[in-house]
Design a protein around this ligand. Structure first.
Ligand SMILES: NC(=O)c1ccc[n+]([C@@H]2O[C@H](COP(=O)([O-])OP(=O)(O)OC[C@H]3O[C@@H](n4cnc5c(N)ncnc54)[C@H](OP(=O)(O)O)[C@@H]3O)[C@@H](O)[C@H]2O)c1
Length: 342
């Protein structure tokens, strides 16, 4: 490559993002100064939170400025090091954004050991989404043997791990996913006890039938119709770690129909629900345990993972648009340039 391509936020979206919200720009490859490194992006992770960064509103993180490079987790290789923290050839996980190259002094980057696992897992099962599932489920979900857990987006980066870890902890794991192919994968490959298609006309009845002893943990990934179906099934002292609300991220109007908030509040009081939101970085103290346990479970084959790979940085906008609508099947990665480990 002779140029640095960058995907910029051109306009803020209203509703679902469209191609016009993004701009592909080209510039010279930057030169690292003293103590800096030139990093070449190998994989770019696409994640639902990116939709929130495209809005101007106050949130738990700053929005991407108009004309700014879209934010994102990356796996990069050090192409040139001018006395930087890492050596040429090192593979680093960090947040270099939607671009071919970045300059860094090494801040907020960590070295990835290519002999431990395929390097792409540092953005998935052994990275942020895996840590989200592990910490949110264990710290807030507090799974106990024999309990029933429900998680939606169950074939995706976070949900797949939530259900598999719940199984390791002796729970009944019920997934929710979009379509028969994803549901079959969740049960047959990931080992969940059941998986219900949220697009089915009788989704609510099917979910109730799959949870004959009620729900003790609802790991909230989506909100919307799934949350509404869960409310009548809560057991006393149930826990609801609130991880994500993807069904709401591109909403412009309140949904029509009955307001379910009174039903939710009644369930909170009657069943003494414990509802708590979290952002993965809140549980940084669990990193070492996560690395030890998840590393072991992946090596043992107790936790399986699936990647949804798309080649070419230029395809990142369309792939993010698809992710927000359920087009992905597994952890979404953009292959930006050659993987040095093959
Ligand atoms: N709190 C944190 O720190 C943190 C960290 C990472 C992720 N998250 C959140 O965790 C959730 C899952 O993220 P992920 O990275 O694992 O994504 P993912 O599951 O790999 O992909 C998103 C999936 O969401 C599902 N979905 C989209 N719209 C939906 C709707 N209206 N109703 C039901 N399902 C819908 C689709 O799956 P189906 O086709 O199966 O419906 C889609 O494939 C997101 O809400 C994300 O924001 C939070």
């Amino acid at each position: 490559m002779t140029k640095n391509r960058q995907v910029l936020l051109a306009r803020r979206p209203e509703g679902q993002p469209v191609a016009e919200n993004f701009e592909l720009a080209e510039s010279e490859i930057p030169t690292p100064g003293d103590g800096e490194m030139l990093l070449r992006t190998v994989y770019l992770s696409l994640d639902p939170y990116m939709r929130g960064r495209m809005n101007a509103e106050k949130s738990y993180a700053e929005p991407v400025p108009l004309g700014g490079v879209m934010e994102g987790g990356t796996l990069s290789v050090v192409e040139k090091s001018n006395g930087g923290k890492f050596a040429e050839g090192d593979i680093l996980v960090g947040r270099c954004g939607w671009q071919d190259y970045a300059i860094s002094d090494g801040t907020a980057l960590a070295k990835v050991d290519p002999s431990a696992a395929p390097i792409s897992t540092a953005l998935g099962v052994l990275g942020m989404p895996g840590m989200t599932a592990y910490s949110g489920l264990l710290r807030l979900g507090k799974p106990k043997e024999g309990e029933t857990l429900v998680v939606a987006a169950a074939s995706g980066a976070v949900g797949a791990n939530v259900g598999q870890i719940a199984k390791i902890k002796g729970c009944r794991a019920v997934g929710v996913a979009g379509g028969p192919e994803k549901c079959a994968y969740v049960v047959d490959e990931l080992g969940f006890d059941a998986c219900i298609d949220h697009r089915a006309d009788d989704f609510e009845a099917q979910l109730a039938a799959a949870c004959p002893d009620g729900i003790d943990i609802y790991f909230e990934n989506v909100a919307g119709r799934v949350l509404e179906a869960v409310i009548p099934l809560f057991n006393f002292w149930a826990r609801m770690p609130v991880c994500g609300l993807i069904a709401q991220y591109s909403m412009t109007d309140l949904p029509t129909g009955t307001n379910k908030l009174p039903a939710l509040m009644r369930a909170v009081l009657t069943y003494r629900l414990h509802i708590e939101g979290f952002i993965v970085r809140d549980f940084a103290d669990m990193q070492a345990d996560f690395r030890r346990d998840m590393g072991q479970w992946v090596r043992d084959g107790q936790v399986k993972y699936k990647e949804h790979r798309v080649a070419g940085l230029e395809n990142a906008p369309a792939t993010l648009m698809g992710l927000l609508k359920g087009d992905n099947f597994g952890k979404v990665l953009i292959e930006v340039s050659d993987d040095p480990t093959g």
